[in-house]
Design a protein around this ligand. Sequence first.
Ligand SMILES: [Zn+2]
Length: 123
Amino acid sequence: MPACPCQSGESYDDCCGRFHRGDAAAPTAERLMRSRYSAYSVGDTAYLLKTWHRSTRPPVLELDPEVRWCRLDIVAHTGGSMLDTRGTVEFRAHYRSGGIADQQHENSSFVRENGSWLYVNAA
Ligand SMILES: [Zn+2]
């Protein structure tokens, strides 16, 4: 089985695939962030929109087919546990586009509503 793009060491099916299929909800903000990174990697735009807070969610999402996501580093996080309703996750997502390596460095905000973590925006 293919390894999960989020580099947890687990297979995709057992890791972020469970969240993408809707078999489970990400229990923490960091797990949601990892699963969203994996969704970008596998091109699951439906999952990205589903986990995007309605206040900031774009009407449609088109992924750049040139971008290949290579590695995710979680830098820091605040809150976001199963006891929290808010959290932030700072990360570096490494990618290649047109043969050029680059990275996205972002501190993302998340809220939990009705038991589900949702991405709000980037600081
Ligand atoms: Zn994963």
